[in-house]
Design a protein around this ligand. Sequence first.
Ligand code: CP
Ligand code: NVA
Length: 303
Amino acid sequence: MPRHFLKLTDFGRDELLGILELARDLKARQARGEPHRLLEGKTLAMLFEKSSTRTRVSFEVGMFQLGGHALFLSPRDTQIGRGEPVRDTARVLSRYVDAIMVRTYGQDVLEELARWSSVPVINGLTDLLHPCQVMADLLTVGERRGSLDGLRVAWIGDGNNMAHSWINAARVLGFGLRLACPEGYDPDGGVLAAARDADVEVGRDPEWAARGAHVVTTDVWASMGQEEEQEARRRAFAGYTVDARIMAAADPSAVFLHCLPAHRGEEVTEEVLEGPRSAVWDEAENRLHVQKAILVHLVRGEG
Ligand code: CP
Ligand code: NVA
């Protein structure tokens, strides 16, 4: 059975911290211009059923820097879009490539692919989770704070895939997480129930969530696949914009994170996104370094 990267709770604390350490090392080697062709001759298949800028480019560039190769596959021009079963796709791709990254709708599709794949499968975002992004976020927080010890994180907005991966990270790594979500947009009940022993709380008030936090983070109000709900969500999320007032409630050292793409004037103001406490560009860069570490960890079994 290959090791997959489907959700953060499949990993222990030491393993996740080991991947972050490897990411820091690979980032330093990259900065020194030092070759680190740890996946020479290896190929990654990247299956995208939803749009992407960061995930696609960072995985593709990452494989190149590691001495390997990445293939972009979309349903528009593969048999997947014409209904070839996931389990057949998984078995065929496994005969050609050394790892598969998938961005799709259902977590069940990802899990089915992993069940039938004989090479590692990586979650590049589902409706339920976005674990690679939260690993990049944790790398960024570690760089800014020096460590993750005693960390307090505030999530403001939709109880979506990003929120779920933050909850999972809080469970595994043991940091404090407060989520402020409008009524009707709480995180998934199953994800929350599994975190009942973790330091995770859900409320309605964004200032309550932000109070004393070292990280304030948010995401779009309508995720991919929810475009038709855009207007209703805009109304429901009034008062949940991360602005200077919410940032003022946080710890003086707090950073602002956003996985991007951002909708300025909705979930975050221009002032906060472009302000001195925003770490969003480092966060986007760190997708590259953390995913190289995930690939090396899974494909070579190192961490
Ligand atoms: N944050 C993120 O996953 O961005 P993309 O949708 O551009 O990949
Ligand atoms: N929650 C967003 C994240 C995009 C990277 C979405 O699923 O569209």
